[in-house]
Design a protein around this ligand. Sequence first.
Ligand SMILES: C[S@@+](CC[C@H](N)C(=O)[O-])C[C@H]1O[C@@H](n2cnc3c(N)ncnc32)[C@H](O)[C@@H]1O
Length: 284
Amino acid sequence: MTLKEALNRATSALAAHHISDASHDIQLLLRHVLQITQAQLYLQLEEELAPPEWERFSSLLERRLQHEPVAYLVCHQEFFGLDFYVDRRVLIPRPETELLVEMTLDFARSHSAGRPLIIADIGTGSGAIAISLATNLINARICATDLSIQALEVAAINRARHGVDDRVVLLAGNLLEPLPETADLIVANLPYVSAIELQRTGPELAFEPSVALAGGPDGLESIRLLLHQAHELRQPRRCLLLEIGQGQSEEVLRLARNHFPEADIQAHRDPGGIERVVGIAFPG
Ligand SMILES: C[S@@+](CC[C@H](N)C(=O)[O-])C[C@H]1O[C@@H](n2cnc3c(N)ncnc32)[C@H](O)[C@@H]1O
């Protein structure tokens, strides 16, 4: 069978299972098996696919037909222009989270005054946020925490891949508890999917760790606890940035204002117009 025939056959199989982006997904899987670029794929369309390659391709196709996300099949995902290793131990980093990184970089650059900053990334997962910050802020030290030891194993792979082992510390534990010192900035993308939403979501989310998604009855369990801990532990010194889900800004703003009446607290919209980040800037 030629590459072109394999592509056509597999794309039809995915489309028959109502999987959107069938053609895009199949090209990614075939390129992954053959370890070739998009341009090479086009140039080699009439070449034969060897039996072992067809076998590997078929087994990935079978998993995709079961709705396993492509990022887990090819073991990587791009985030903030960097390539991250991912597998089922971690949430697949989402494009909407890039806003959190951009806002943290803006705040860090305008407030560091040349001093090395200490930044905490709470619920680091694959390490996508922590490592994007470390590669863009060469003076910053990042403490990245997660409750999941398995997620921290993946973050360690990515930390080594991007050469920031010396500036990203990985710490296991509940939210802010493992932090060894007061951070200047805290950034967190915690689980915020409500119980009802979780039931309604498509089959792909079932492959991601539930500890990365499930935020309790209204989705805000982890965020509530984080705000409580931040208040009790007097963290951070300068600014706390939280990613939130659609429709959660009103309640998160209310909680934040209760805990920190002296702070400047605002919700920020993502490019799709959804209030996606709540920023809490402390005076001084
Ligand atoms: C939505 S995922 C975000 C992962 C990554 N920061 C990203 O943006 O792609 C939430 C992460 O928080 C972690 N987590 C959940 N509850 C936690 C807790 N109480 N303390 C620390 N980490 C927690 C999960 O294991 C998961 O890795």
